[in-house]
Design a protein around this ligand. Sequence first.
Ligand code: CDP
Ligand code: MG
Length: 703
Amino acid sequence: MAGFQEPPLKKAKSESFALHSAGASSQSPLKNNNGFGKNKWQNGSSPNQAGVKSPVKSPDQMKKILKQRHSLPIFPARSKLLEELKKSESVIVIGETGSGKTTQIPQYIHEERWDRKGAICITQPRRVAAISIAKRVAEEMDTQLGGLVGYSVRFEEAVSPSTKLKYVTDGMLLREAISDPLMSKYSWVILDEAHERTVSTDVLFGIVKDAQRSRKVQGKEPLKIIIMSATMDVDHFSTYFNKAPVLYLEGRQYPIEMFYARQKQEDYVMTCMSTIFQIHKEAPAQHDILVFLTGQEEIDSVVFSLKQIAKDPSLLEYPKLRVYPLYAALPSHQQLDVFRETAQGERKVIISTNIAETSITIPGIKYVVDSGRAKIRSYNASSGFDALKVKKISQAQAWQRTGRAGREAEGFCYRGYTQEEFKAMPINPVPEILRTNLASVILQLLAIGVKNVMNFDFIDKPSVDSVKQAIEQLALIGGVVTSPGLELTPAGRRMAQFPLEPRYAKTILSGPEYGCTDEILTIIAVLSSETIFVNPSGKKDLAAKVRQKFSSVEGDHITMLKIFRAFKSSKESKMWCHENFLNFRNISYAVEVRKQLVQVCQRCNIPIISCQQNLEPVRRCLVAGLFTSVAELQLDGKYLTLSTRQECAIHPASVLFGGKPAYVLFTELVHTGKAYMHINSAVDADWLYEVAPDYFRKRHMKK
Ligand code: CDP
Ligand code: MG
């Protein structure tokens, strides 16, 4: 990050707190055992910013909103920006998070009525960001969400024919490109958060660039492209977009005082928790804390523990603590809590994934606590599986996180790692396209009509091997044929209609053949949502016992199906979920996902048949799509995957744990020290041979 200095470590902070433990753990987060060192980080400053209010309509409130809009760093650059947008067909805009890029630029374009002939589409890597920003912009424009301003994310949308400012996830725009590769609905495509380099955004770079060129060649309405980002390798992007001009926005950044851990920390979650209470006891009320952790489960459990600890009588003299989770799968009404202004005498603590790094701006943050970690999806080519792993972030991300503390006033950042650890972090994150399974990408490119996927104009090209591997996988599930040339099959075309990994789409397509589309849709909907199980710390055994009645010896998929059916019979009761240690929110989400999948099936003329109580066909059907994710029991009691002979074990959370089925079909292989199979079903060797005889013969499977 140019211009940001990182001065040497100063004297360590040494206050400690004599508080007794409130949690069950002997290592209480109330203990200040992380020993932070202290140093200063400084950058330019500018005037303070007005607070953000909840939805408004009265003239007074509108005035306030306008004032806030005018106080954003982007506002003074408005005319310069518009001038540049008018002249150039592609523009790159760089500006600190919170400067107003995402909310203001589309409004400026609309105010000029440059969206008369085609709408403005703004992509976000995350659904929460797309939804919350659309809401905010609708408020600023004083219109109903879903009218002039709308959003469209996987499994949820609020748009109408009159929508001119449309916030979408990058995945959604990619999906739209399948039926409309020229993006003819839009005059403007804004690819936001470009530095995140998600696979979908990376593919979109190539797709919009091509759409822009094709529209020009065909004499159609021009397509304007804006690439926006907080920080990025500008030259690389500018070159790629035909030497597009780069506009830098003067950011707003107040000084931030930095603290590093003095020694390496064993447990980053505990470090973050103890830091929160250390801050809590020092900081005045309304000085809010933003904490960066990794995933939903971890965040939910930390939120739970913090709420418990906050009840400790010794903490009564401090401000009232309000703790909120923030992650991509959070339902929209809960996201709003995060943006609510903190009341007098209170303090807000937000426990977030990397979503709050750049996509979402939360007002009031004075303190940032950074675990230095994120859940990162990476593809292991040798094992052939995608894995979500907790990994160290890059320096660029660490600085983004730090920056969140200094948007409105001076702030503080606590890094739960040492300065040496920081220096050892990679400077920039590796683009996702270079570390992911490309089967979806290749399927989508083919569906969009890209003939030569090997030569697709990627900003950073994935290796030939990983493209070949993806093509092989698609050929295995019948999505493509490779001779005489690479081509989508009719089944592949239908697979591309589903907002799912190709192998899951294939499973649905196989539903009618096995007579169980209905059940498969349910299972895939549940798999698409975050975990439906609630395992409160201290009550894990009880939860497992209560849920025992749903357990099926056939495996986790059938168990999930049974739970979903029971949830439906309970009339989708929240109480019922509570009693059964099930997450109401996540099951309800699965219900919505299922409805969407049913619609796709109807569009593709896939009959929805149910196998009722005879559930064997369900597992056979799972095999039809997921047969490359099967492990075989060995004589020594261990499992080896059939695809790459990798050693793995049944995860203890699986209903199959403890049993030794000869063949296990798994949903995910996660490496946490050891490779664990998650969400599994017991399957028969015969079924495997039936579905893919050549594939299994080659693997010398025992029969
Ligand atoms: O895109 P960029 O990070 O440059 O900023 P933005 O998302 O357009 O946000 C500009 C300002 O709008 C932020 O500083 C917030 O104060 C406010 N905002 C908000 O209050 N609520 C939202 N959901 C989004 C933005
Ligand atoms: Mg933004």
